[in-house]
Write a protein that binds this ligand. Sequence first.
Ligand SMILES: Nc1ncnc2c1ncn2[C@@H]1O[C@H](COP(=O)(O)OP(=O)(O)O)[C@@H](O)[C@H]1O
Ligand SMILES: [Mg+2]
Length: 459
Amino acid sequence: MSLTTGTIHFTDKKDTYISNSLMRELNIDETKPIKLKLGEKRIKTKIKRVRKKGKHLFIPKSIQQALKLPRKGQSYISLNQDDEIELGPLIGILSLIHQRTLHLPFGKRTYRIKEYLKGGSNKAFYFAFGLSDINWTDETVTAYFIDSRNQWKKKVVPLPDVIYNQLKSRSSHKTKSMQMLLDHFKKHNKSIFNWGFFDKGEMYQLLDGTLEAQNHLPETHISTSSQEIKKMLEKHQFIYLKPTRGSFGRGISRITYHPKNGYFIRFRKINKNHLLRFTNFSSLMKFINQRKTHKNYVIQQGIRLIEIDKHPIDFRLHLNKNGQNEWVVAGDAAKKAGRGNVTTHVEMGGQVMNSLDTLEQVFTSSQSQEIYENAKRTTIQLAEAIERKLPYLVGELGFDIGIDKQGKIWMIEVNSKPGRSIFKHPSLKTQSSDQLRYIFDYCFYLSNQRNTRREVNRI
Ligand SMILES: Nc1ncnc2c1ncn2[C@@H]1O[C@H](COP(=O)(O)OP(=O)(O)O)[C@@H](O)[C@H]1O
Ligand SMILES: [Mg+2]
C-alpha cells in the first residue's frame, strides 16, 4: 500500500484527473481500471493525468455525490492492494446524544467532542456521531464535522473505517444498534476501540499473577463476607470498600481498625463527609450491610498515600496508544483530596496539581524524579499487560496511581473511559494537545493496519 497526503478538488468533468506527482507517489497504473473508495463505498472511474504542480486529485462531482465524499481539500490518499484509491480514512467518534440542539449536537459533551475533532480534521474525514445517526438501510451515517471556522457541518457519509468509542454508559452498549455496528465492523475487518467497561474485581483478577502487576496491586478480594473483611482488617488495619462498578468515588468507604479504640469508618453521603466509630466488629458489619447501595463490592488493602497538609495525594496517569501502536503517558497530574474526604475526585472537592512539583513537596528532588519515571514506566507495563489480557482493542486507559511514603507505586484503579479533567490544569497545555493528537494518530494507525491485518479482527 502506498500512502500520501494530497488536495482533493471537485470537477464538472467526466473523468478523474490526477497530478503527475500524486500519480508517481501512489504508484498508479493508469492503463488499469481503477476505483475510488470512501468507507465501504466504491465507484469505478477513468484516470487521466493533469499537469499541475503538487499532489492533486480532481474528482467528478457525480462521483463525489455517489461516494458521499464530505468535503474537498487536504486529506490522506492511498492506493490499496486491490488497486483502489482510498480517500480519508473516515474516522468517527461515537458519542452519546443527549439534549441535541442545532448548536449543541452532542449536548453538554459538544465542546469536548469539538476538541477531539480539532486533533485531525485537516488530515482525514474526522467526525462525531451517535448511534441514532446511523441509517442501516443504506449503511450511511449523518456525521457532524467541524469546518475551518470551527462551525458544525452535518453531512451524510458512509459508515466510518475506524471508531473511537466515547459511549460512557453500559446500557448503550447493549442496544440493538450497537450490536449491528459491531457486526458490520467484524464483517469488514474494521476497528472500534475503547470498547469495554472495567469492573474493579474483574480487573484485579485479570492482572493478578502477571509479571507487570507484581508488587503493584493492593490486596483485593471480591468476596465481602464479614470473615473476609475481618481478616483484611486484622492484616492491614486499613481497608477500602468499593463498589465494583462505581466511579467518581461514589459508594466508597474507608475503614480503619485500632485494636484499642475499635473500628472507624469514613464515607461520603449526600455531599457530606462522615466519620463513625464502632466498638465491636458486628455493629460495624451491621452498618456496612445497611449502607450498601450497589450490588457488588471489592475490599482492598488501604495504601498509606503520601500526604500534603494531611491531605492524601494520588496520581492520574492518562495513557494513550500513539501512531506507532505504542503506549505513551499522554498526561499526568497529582490529585489532592478535599478536607476529610475518602477520595481525591475533583467532583468531591479534590484539587489537581503538577505531579513533579507535588512529589518534591514530599521527597527530595532526585527521589522525586526517580519515583516519577518509575510510575510512568510501571503504568506503561500495566497497560501492556491489560492489553494482552483483554479480547478487544484498547487505545486509552486512565490509571489511578498511589504512591506510598516509601515511594512505592500502587495501582489503585484503571478506568476504561477516562475523562479529560486533569488536562484543564495550566501546566498540562502541551500534554492536552498531545493527547488529542494521539487519539487521531491511533485511529489512523488502525485504519492502515486493516489492509495488512491477517488475524481475525479484535474489535
Ligand atoms: N486501596 C486504596 N488505598 C488508598 N486510597 C484509595 C484506595 N482505593 C481508593 N482510594 C482512594 O479513593 C479514590 C477513588 O477510588 P477508585 O478505586 O479510583 O474508585 P472510583 O471508581 O470511584 O474512582 C482513589 O483515587 C484514591 O484516592
Ligand atoms: Mg478512580
